[in-house]
Design a protein around this ligand. Sequence first.
Ligand SMILES: Nc1ncnc2c1ncn2[C@@H]1O[C@H](COP(=O)(O)OP(=O)(O)OP(=O)(O)O)[C@@H](O)[C@H]1O
Length: 249
Amino acid sequence: MGLTPSTRICAVGVSCTLSRRTILDDVSLELAAPVTVLLGVNGAGKTTLFRVLAGIVAPSRGTVTFTSPGRPTRPIADRDYSVGYLPQSPSPVRGLRVGDYLEYFAFLKHLPRQAARDQIGELLAVTGLEAERRTPTRRLSGGMMRRLALAAAVLGSPTVVLLDEPTAGLDPEQRIRMRELVREVGTRAPVLVSTHLAEDAAHVGDHLVVLHDGRVVRDQPMTHAWAGSGPDAAAVEQLFLAAVRQDDA
Ligand SMILES: Nc1ncnc2c1ncn2[C@@H]1O[C@H](COP(=O)(O)OP(=O)(O)OP(=O)(O)O)[C@@H](O)[C@H]1O
């Protein structure tokens, strides 16, 4: 569907049990544009939540739906909606160059040929990969591979975009570039982005969700993270620690 800025993805009472362990426990959240940051310690359940929101893993309980004004609430499998997903460790594909990789994703997403051509050109420019169009994906640096996978996730103008640790392992310059990209993507669709870095969270987020032991322990706007002239990573860190300690107490 054409992107409606007020389209939302909603999780209601989502629980997920894997190998008899409760990984997500009664998670409810609503994602709206532009960018929601998901913070959580290692093993908090962030990737599992992404996989549930992307429809890859079925929740044991609860629902994930899309809502748009004037339209009935739809399940995530509804073909009028789509999810763009950047996994935690995107891999190069042997034999595919950068341009081929995007064409392959455009094919998987059933994009008409001309729309695919236009969007691939635009996304290569936005991600700074224009000069790499003919580079084999195996030769890309980690940061370039993530930018390419992000372009693939955004192809076809998905209704919502899920980015699992897009800045992990990137050098400072690539991280700053990735943050700008995340903000850019947030102008196109609601974005959920996970990170371990309070600094990244402060720079990109409009809204903050803290996940701890599979439960949402904080869900609030990020306004506090802007101190005077700019984003304040220390404020985000304090908020995160307070939420987690309160939950542990
Ligand atoms: N298929 C599975 N079967 C059993 N347990 C799983 C499975 N997948 C994940 N887990 C467990 O669920 C918990 C949450 O994992 P998940 O990858 O969602 O956390 P995370 O917050 O993304 O962690 P990280 O920040 O380290 O990436 C972990 O303890 C993990 O071992």
